[in-house]
Each structure stands twice: as C-alpha cells, then as structure tokens.
Design a protein around this ligand. Structure first.
Ligand SMILES: [Zn+2]
Length: 234
C-alpha cells in the first residue's frame, strides 16, 4: 500500500469583513472545533467534498465562517460510497494491500485511492472511515432539492377555482394567477418542506435541514445522543 498521508484538512477562515486566512488542521483539531461549534449552537454543514462549513451569524447580519476541506477534490463514485459504507459498518483491516471488510475485499488499487484521498485512516493495520469520509458520505445522504415555482397558472389547477372571476391580465395571462410557492425535500426521505413561500424560502429551509442533520451527526460521532437524523422540523 502506498504511504498513508496524514489525514488533515485545509482550513479557510472568512471574517465578517470579507478577508480570509488559510492554514491546515489535523483531523483531531477539526473534530474538536466541530464539537465546540455544535455545543455553541453555530451552524455546521457537511459538504460532499469531504469537509464542513461552520458559520457564526453575527448580530449585524454578517457572518464569520470557518471551512475545513480535504486538500484535494474527491470524487465519491457509487463504488467509493459503497466501500466507505462497508468500512463504516464493519470496520476494516489491511491485508496484502487489500482492505478486508466483513466478507468483502477492496482491491489494492481502490484501497490505495481511498487512503490517498484521505477518506480512510489506517492505524496499525486497522482501517476506519476518516472524519472527511464521514462528512462526505453524510452530505451525499442529505442531498436536497427545491421545486421551481409554477409561475402563472389557472386558479383551478392549484385548487383555487373560486379566484377565477375578475382576473384579467395582459400577455395571455387572462384568468391566471401567479404561484410563486415552492417546496423542498431531502434524499434521506426523513424530511421535506411542502409549503415554502417561494424558492428562496425553500432553499433556506433545505439548508436548515442539512445543518440540523450535520449537527446531529457530530453529536452522534461523540456519543452524546443517538443519531436522530432529520427528525426535527424547523
Ligand atoms: Zn436529509
């Protein structure tokens, strides 16, 4: 197996005035920082790039963010997700360059790629999914979407038939009303927001869900509470 790189993150701090500073952070530092952020009630969001964004909302409406990302971009193919999922579930051990996990063996080339990307950590022959790997898997499991508003519709089409009288708009919109409502959902299927005011509202609600789910994941990682992913609504 190729040499294991130290699992670590590139850290970017963006201050409220827009200036930034960058540095590196170990997995242990990042984990401690995340735990503190969750205990302070700051917003945390896992990214599918294998990292996390911590946002502190300031009283004046500005934000202060700290981003931890893997140094190099990763591609979470279906195979990589399956391999990481198996290791997360069953643990793994190195044998002849392969990762043995349950009854399954991840071939040497794929095993080396996982380690090089920083998605798994190898210690004394034992293989575990790194914090970055867990964050990436989590972000993929909580992929959200929002619905495009219908725009001009006939009232009867949205259950408002009683509104059709007296509407007379130019441009072929006669008898139509403008429907800007939207909705949001998550691939975890444990959450949705069927009645959002508009698409921006749907996007805000979806982000709120992703942040709540990430916070629950971090608490579960620390054994504070059982993972109650996506259960709460806002
Ligand atoms: Zn979700």
């Amino acid at each position: 197996m190729t040499k294991q790189l130290p699992t670590g993150f590139r850290m970017t701090v963006t201050y409220a005035d827009g200036t930034t500073s960058t540095g590196t952070a170990t997995e242990a530092h990042t984990r401690a920082s995340l735990t503190r952020a969750v205990s302070l009630g700051l917003r945390v969001e896992a990214t599918r790039r294998g990292g996390v964004i911590i946002t502190r909302d300031l009283p004046d409406g500005r934000t202060h963010t700290v981003t931890y990302l893997l140094p190099a971009p990763i591609h979470l193919s279906e195979t990589v997700r399956r391999d990481l999922g198996l290791i997360a579930l069953r643990g793994g051990r190195m044998k002849d360059g392969r990762i043995i996990t349950g009854l399954f063996a991840i071939p040497p080339a794929a095993a080396a790629r996982l380690a090089r990307a920083g998605l798994v950590a190898v210690q004394a022959g034992q293989v575990s999914v790194s914090l970055a790997g867990r964050l990436a898997l989590h972000a993929v499991a909580h992929t959200t979407g929002t619905r495009q508003p219908r725009g001009y519709v006939r009232p009867a089409d949205v259950g408002l038939a009683h509104l059709s009288a007296g509407l007379n708009k130019p441009g072929g919109r006669a008898g139509k009303i403008h429907d800007r409502t939207s909705s949001a959902w998550c691939s975890c299927r444990a959450w949705s927001a069927p009645f959002a005011e508009d698409r921006a509202d749907a996007g805000r609600r979806a982000r709120g869900h992703r942040e709540e789910a990430t916070a629950a994941m971090i608490r579960a990682l620390n054994g504070d509470t059982p993972a109650a992913e996506g259960g709460e609504s806002r």
